[in-house]
Design a protein around this ligand. Structure first.
Ligand code: HAM
Length: 491
């Protein structure tokens, strides 16, 4: 603190000095705002004109004032999580399943920055996601945002790669997303999303395989078709109706976003919002009627059999049979999804008890790239959050207890043998074995307790007599078997 006060005061007029010092000394940590501002502006002025050698236009960080203490809230910000080791083990277990399933299907992993330009997420359709954006101006006056989803970043990367990549691309990512959401069960302000996307395949075979990968994941973690299902529809259903009523194509995204709110808003509100887009009352009535359709046959009666919507959906259900997940999916015209960019098949994973929000969701977005100035490439994918699935697994008693595990505990029996224990630890680690090396002189009782806590497989003890012979004592903890072995033979 003294240093900060000194720098600031030497650059302030002498009459200010005593007041500033007095304020800083007498202030409690929470009352620092006035002197802080004084110091900050003084420092800024000094570098602005004072020949401090700063680049012109550079930003001057406020000086750090070391306070004696500042009592902090030890909880993370509302809606965010810490991952203590036990939480992290569970998270790794879940992410490993995401990653292994993606690799099983031949996808390559990608990642993007959590911080993106705000413009990437600004779409005109009035989506909820826009109001939930964590956005701000950075120190270079650029508007930036914490990503609320991964799809726009993926689209950006595909455009950037251009013709240097050969299609189709099959990419997956697991990344943190930020949305300023109202907190409910399974919805938070920060979550991780597993995404799988296929770029460059216009056929429904792509959507069919994506759903198959999610089913594979569910099966691996013990979830069955009687626990969860997928509601499937196609935005082309709405598109065909809107075309029939002469609604311009540019309104499509906006209409879908309004319709997606149907379960959250009173129906009159939905009708009013749809009315604002200029859609006729007749069209609105027909749209709302179609949304209640739950069978493909009924839909065919309304739309006629010739349209793309029916053809796509029929092909998807036929492929579901071939992939072997028919019992998991059902047609439901009310699934529209809240993101404006979907253009074809859309789907949502739901829990059959109806207690939780959507487990995952995705669909086809063939025209997203052109909204960023790129050439359109057919694309589809899904996002699968880490929060709802954990709730579901917990409820079903399927959440594993993932224990800390280490293969060896290495311990010196004598203070002078700490160096020798380090040599033993390195030899084992070089052979790929995990080692928890005891770094202090501890009684054996303590070492055994620790071994039990970290679920060590064996104890490697470095004692004086054995070590003189280049050997160590090994105790296999599960069997109690004990033996001496030369370090070079220790496997
Ligand atoms: P989304 O439906 O907005 O789609 O999110 C996908 C999934 O992310 C949700 O089903 C849910 O599991 C999880 N999720 C979303 N928001 C939250 C939250 N606040 N808290 C916890 N979990 C959440 C998308 O984001 C699309 N970009 C998915 C996609 C990828 N479509 C094509 N490719």
């Amino acid at each position: 603190m003294r240093a900060a006060i000194h720098i600031a005061t030497t650059r302030l007029s002498s009459c200010l000095r005593p007041i500033l010092l007095l304020d800083l000394v007498s202030c409690s940590p929470r009352q620092f705002s006035t002197p802080r501002r004084l110091i900050c502006s003084a420092a800024t002025k000094a570098s602005d004109g004072g020949g401090g050698g700063g680049r012109s236009g550079s930003i001057v960080a406020p000086p750090v004032i070391e306070e004696n203490f500042q009592k902090i809230d030890v909880n993370p910000p509302k809606g965010t999580r810490d991952f203590a080791p036990e939480d992290m083990r569970l998270r790794s277990w879940l992410f490993n399943h995401f990653k292994e399933v993606s690799r099983l299907f031949g996808y390559e992993e990608v990642d993007f920055p959590v911080l993106e330009t705000e413009a990437l997420f600004i779409r005109k359709a009035g989506e909820e996601i826009r109001d939930q954006l964590y956005c701000f101006e950075d120190r270079g006056n650029r508007r930036v945002a914490l990503r609320p989803e991964l799809t726009p970043s993926l689209a950006r990367l595909v455009i950037q790669k251009g013709k240097s990549v050969s299609l189709p691309l099959k990419w997956f990512a697991v990344g943190q997303c930020w949305r300023y959401e109202r907190m409910t069960r399974g919805r938070r302000r920060e979550h991780y999303q597993w995404n799988m996307d296929i770029i460059g395949v216009p056929q429904v075979t792509a959507e069919a395989e994506l759903i198959s990968s999610i089913v594979t994941f569910f099966k691996r973690v013990g979830i069955t078709a009687s626990d969860v299902g997928f509601k499937v529809s196609s935005r082309k259903v709405l598109q065909e109706l809107l075309t029939k009523y002469g609604v311009p194509e540019k309104l499509f995204g906006r209409v879908c976003v309004i319709i997606d709110k149907i379960e959250k808003l009173p129906i009159d509100e939905i009708k009013k919002e749809l009315g604002f887009t200029g859609i006729s009352e007749d069209a609105i009535e027909q749209l709302l009627q179609v949304l209640s359709v739950k069978s493909l046959d009924d839909l065919e009666d309304i739309l006629g059999g010739a349209g793309e919507a029916i053809a796509d959906l029929k092909q998807l259900f036929s492929l579901a049979e071939k992939f072997g997940y028919s019992e998991w999916i059902q047609f439901d015209a009310s699934v529209v999804r809240g993101l404006a960019y979907y253009t074809g098949i859309v789907f949502e994973g739901f829990d059959r008890k109806g207690k939780l929000r959507a487990i995952c969701g995705g669909g086809r977005y063939d025209r997203l790239l052109s909204t960023y100035g790129g050439d359109d490439i057919p694309a589809c994918g899904f996002g699968f959050g880490d929060a709802v699935i954990v709730e579901l697994l917990k409820e079903k008693g399927l959440l594993p207890e993932v224990r800390q595990e280490v293969e060896n505990i290495v311990c010196a029996l004598d203070k002078d043998l700490q160096g020798a224990a380090s040599t033993v630890a390195t030899a084992l680690r070089d052979k790929g074995q995990t080692v928890d090396l005891v770094l202090e002189s501890k009684p054996l009782k303590w070492v055994f307790k620790r071994a039990a806590r970290v679920n060590a497989r064996r104890l490697v003890l470095v004692g004086k007599t054995e070590w003189e012979d280049g050997s160590v004592s090994v105790k296999v903890l599960s069997t109690g078997e004990q033996f001496q072995v030369k370090l070079s033979d220790l496997e």
